[in-house]
Design a protein around this ligand. Structure first.
Ligand code: AOF
Ligand code: ZN
Length: 387
């Protein structure tokens, strides 16, 4: 299962909207086939592993990080491929949170006489599939809020200087998060202040980077056309999420640079309505969104309670200053009893910095709602009825 989880991690960020799965076929103690999920429409992990194994799969064991699917989506059910291959044991890390599967794959295999065990590597698998679980059940991307602050809670000095708060190890880890996300978002204030490129840089020792879809929240069209983000030479895509307040000339100039302009409803303060943005991203099959700031944007996401996961670097340094900004902007909470409570946070050290990790919401609480048969509906008709 460790090998299957490593295969799954190797394709994280590259399979949307499908969850990244790893599968290994073992026969008489020898690995005879391996696979990882291909981009949507391509074969699932199990199918690749089974076809690599060929006849050697007969009587063998399949390790898979996610329950084999039993429905007809873009591809046929993996359970059929498992049965055809003559596999007699299946070890699954966790059940598929997709309501079309959700236990139906395990039930289908057991009905056919295959011995199925669920739970080996479950904790790691649940971490990996939290974004997919959230998207497939809510239709919106799973939101991770990320920021780096000093020990006195500042994300920049009083002059706005912010390069860098955290050290090189923390910044490298942040690039690995970009690598596994479907989309990344900043506000127009960050574009004006920092002129970021928001690409993924993994260093030359690792794999080919995946560049998430870059999104700028810019309700009035203030981001300068010369910003790095609008350079047509950048790898991957850039979108500007805006409202009717952006002038048509500005929208046309962005379009000319290859930028997609997404015009969305306004919230009562005249900013882009975040629920509408998340719905639009979910419909376009973006399952995970990394929100990198600045404080106005993080404030809006927290105020609307739209954050699922928190990743905070704390640098052992102090800058002070009553006007030096903190990570979460207006409006803020009035009294301590209204504070957003963070439970079960964990801490690691990353270089000289601390990393606080917390889950604000479990998209996939343990539940007994296990299907005892496969769903008769196809993904398409289910997705249509869910909206
Ligand atoms: C698996 N193995 O490697 C993955 C699975 O449209 P399709 O046919 O590609 O099916 C997508 C669904 O299959 C997806 O929503 C999830 O429930 C499951 N993903 N299942 O057996 C895999 N990626
Ligand atoms: Zn499948």
């Amino acid at each position: 299962m460790a090998r299957a989880l490593a295969l799954a991690a190797s394709v994280a960020g590259r399979t949307r909207p499908n969850p990244p799965v790893g599968a290994v076929v073992v026969r008489d103690g020898v690995t005879v086939g391996e696979g990882a999920t291909m981009p949507a429409g391509g074969p699932h992990a199990e199918v690749t592993a089974l076809s690599e194994a060929g006849d050697a799969a007969r009587g063998g064991t399949l390790y898979t990080t996610l329950e084999p699917c039993c429905h007809h989506g873009r591809t046929p059910p993996c359970t059929d491929a498992v049965l055809r291959a003559g596999i007699t044991h299946v070890i699954v890390a966790t059940r598929d949170p997709n309501p079309l599967v959700d236990g139906g794959g395990v039930a289908r295999l057991r009905d056919a006489g295959v011995a199925v065990e669920v739970g080996d590597g479950e904790e790691q698998a649940r971490q990996l599939y939290a974004p997919f679980a959230h998207w497939v059940t809510s239709g919106r991307p799973f939101v991770t809020a990320k920021y780096a602050m000093t020990l006195d809670g500042r994300i920049a000095t009083r002059t706005g200087h912010s390069r860098w708060v955290s050290g090189p190890e923390a910044r490298r880890l942040a690039h690995r998060w970009r690598d596994t996300h479907d989309a990344i978002l900043v506000g127009v204030g960050t574009v004006i202040a920092d002129d970021p490129s928001l690409t993924t840089r993994l260093g030359n020792t690792e794999r080919e980077p995946h560049h998430p879809l870059r999104i700028v929240l810019d309700s009035g069209g203030r981001a300068p056309l010369g910003a790095r983000l609008f350079d047509p030479a950048l790898p991957g895509e850039t979108w500007v999420a805006t409202t009717d307040r952006m002038s048509t000339d500005h929208a046309a100039a962005l379009f000319e640079r290859g930028v997609t302009v997404l015009t969305l409803p306004e919230d009562p303060d005249g900013r882009v309505a975040l629920p509408a943005l998340l719905d639009a991203l979910g419909e376009r099959e973006r399952t995970s969104l990394l929100v990198e700031g600045g404080s106005a944007v993080l404030g809006a996401f927290f105020a609307a309670r739209l954050v699922q996961r928190l990743r905070v670097f704390i640098a052992p340094k102090i800058v002070g200053g009553a006007r030096a900004p903190g990570p979460i902007g207006d409006p803020g909470i009035a009294t301590m009893d209204g504070a957003i409570a963070i439970e079960g946070a964990g801490m690691d050290t990353v270089g000289a910095d601390w990393l606080i990790r917390a889950e604000l919401y479990d998209p996939w609480p343990p539940h007994e709602r296990t299907r005892d048969e496969c769903s008769p509906v196809s993904s398409k008709s289910w997705a249509a009825s869910a909206r």
